[in-house]
Ligand binder design. Structure first.
Ligand SMILES: [Zn+2]
Length: 278
């Protein structure tokens, strides 16, 4: 964490950074009356409208509003989630940072939603697709109730024997029609798609997507599904199925942006500073 403490030493550093994102180039638009002139407000980095006197805090209208712990702690959580996939259960984070586990978990879900809301390029080149449930990949009795409703559609770029970027969403039913909106959202129309041949709906899928073929299991994709299941089992503790999408967002955020720690962090803060994206 040394890089984090070098950049953010106190709450003031965080407020300053947030204010630069919220009001870029000093631009201000009053949230109440739309006026664009202001003077300094009462709290650190708040701005008071010259016309209606509304004093807008730097966290107002962002996901940092009404935090139940210092903003420095919030930034620290975001940095950890953006940069490493291990040791970030809400229990571990709460203990490391001296906050309540429940409060920590609620904030972590906000970060995960921000990860899912980020603009991400669609997959291109060769793309392998499948649907699975955690329980089928790794039978654990604890996951039995997850299997009932929660299947996962997954798509990954295949670059030779290596994976490229990937996406996954929770779908209601394990049927290929559910894949159609997922493909439309996350895969470039000219990508060459491969899907496991065990499923039906071949004619329907072929009709909808010209570049789709049916194949036996693809190792890169099989590995990816196993990695998702492993990570959720090892790192997410007693996660609730309702939050499965949030965990898939988190996993793929790091998977798709490796080795880019500060860029990841900055993009997340940007999304979280713009609450209406979530
Ligand atoms: Zn105003």
């Amino acid at each position: 964490m040394s890089t984090f403490v070098n950049r953010f030493k106190n709450n003031e550093d965080c407020y300053k950074f947030l204010s630069e994102i919220k009001w870029p180039d000093g631009q201000f638009v009053c949230a109440k009356c739309g006026n664009t002139t202001y003077h300094k407000g009462r709290s650190p980095y708040s701005r008071r409208c010259n016309r209606c006197k509304y004093d807008e805090s730097v966290t107002s209208g962002t996901l940092f509003n009404k935090l139940r712990f210092p903003i420095l702690t919030a930034f620290n959580i975001i940095f950890r989630l953006a940069t490493t996939g291990t040791g970030n259960s809400s229990v571990a984070l709460a203990e490391a940072l001296g906050i309540q586990q429940k409060t920590c978990l609620a904030f972590k879900h906000k970060v995960q939603r921000a990860m899912g809301a980020m603009q991400q390029k669609r997959l291109e080149g060769i793309v392998a697709l499948d649907m699975f449930s955690l329980y089928n990949i790794q039978p654990r009795y604890y996951w039995e109730r997850v299997i009932e409703k929660h299947h996962i559609a997954v798509a990954i770029e295949v670059r030779g024997e290596k994976p490229g970027r990937a996406f996954a969403i929770v779908i209601e039913e394990k049927e290929q029609p559910a894949l159609i909106p997922f493909i439309e959202r996350h895969v470039q129309p000219d990508a060459e798609m491969f899907i496991q041949e065990q499923y039906g709906y071949k004619t329907m899928m072929k009709k909808r997507f010209k570049n789709i073929s049916f194949t036996p299991p693809i190792p890169v994709l099989e590995d990816h599904m196993n990695n998702i299941a492993d990570w959720i089992y090892n790192e997410c503790g007693r996660f609730s199925p309702e939050n499965l999408q949030a965990y898939l967002n988190e996993f793929h955020f790091r998977f798709n942006h490796p080795n880019n720690n500060w860029k990841n962090f900055d993009s997340l803060i940007r999304v979280m500073a713009n609450n209406n994206l979530l």
